[in-house]
Design a protein around this ligand. Structure first.
Ligand SMILES: *[C@@H]1O[C@H](CO)[C@@H](O)[C@H](O)[C@H]1NC(C)=O
Ligand SMILES: *[C@@H]1O[C@H](CO)[C@@H](O)[C@H](O)[C@H]1NC(C)=O
Length: 183
């Protein structure tokens, strides 16, 4: 009885591919994906303000051992940082970096970055890029993968490099160069 049931399931899974009503194959052209991909280079400055009246990054969690850790291991910070065209915070705002950075290394200052760049300029207004990567903030240049996007950046893939432009008590200004393939 058990053996015949076993063979029944074995055969049914091999011979009849189960059809699912919630998923179907469509042609790439139905989404305009038969076009060649574009490669875009985005350049902007991120302002991470950790204190003061215009604070844009707040620590939301930490472990009991975080204060004793030289790398702040375990600290989790939520940010909504403005992105500007130039290093000056008063220059044109092109979007925001919204997400989390968390100290994920016990041996150096290394953050796990999980953030969305959300753009607000012109035709890019509302489009976003999702970044998930490692940010060793004391390195001259850090590279993080761009794992996806929305709006004009649907199907985006690429990478971002971050370079500290200014580091002060209240604020860090980070220069970003982002290269993404998208349609
Ligand atoms: C906070 O932002 C306001 C408005 O942009 C600005 O006038 C003010 O100088 C900023 N304060 C600080 C401490 O940067
Ligand atoms: C971006 O889109 C939002 C929502 O649609 C709108 O309120 C805002 O005015 C737009 N901003 C720009 C700069 O076009």
């Amino acid at each position: 009885m058990l053996t015949s049931l076993f063979f029944f399931f074995l055969f049914s899974s091999v011979t009849t591919a189960k059809t699912h009503r919630f998923v179907k194959t469509v042609s790439p052209s139905s989404l305009g994906l038969d076009q060649p991909q574009k490669l875009s280079h985005l350049h902007f400055f991120l302002h991470d303000v950790v204190a003061g009246t215009n604070q844009t990054a707040v620590r939301v969690a930490a472990a009991p051992a975080t204060e004793k850790s030289p790398t702040m291991f375990g600290a989790v910070v939520m940010m909504d940082d403005p992105l500007t065209e130039l290093p000056d915070a008063a220059s044109a705002v092109v979007g925001r970096a919204q997400g989390i950075y968390a100290s994920a290394s016990t041996s150096e200052l290394g953050f796990l970055m999980a953030m969305n760049f959300v753009f607000t300029e012109g035709k890019y207004n509302g489009s976003s890029l999702a970044v998930l990567g490692r940010n060793t903030v004391q390195s001259a240049v850090r590279e993080m993968p761009v794992v996806g996007g929305s709006g004009l950046f649907r199907f985006a893939r690429g990478y971002a490099t971050a370079k500290t432009h200014y580091f002060g008590l209240l604020e860090a200004v980070v220069e970003y160069n982002v290269y993404v393939f998208h349609y």
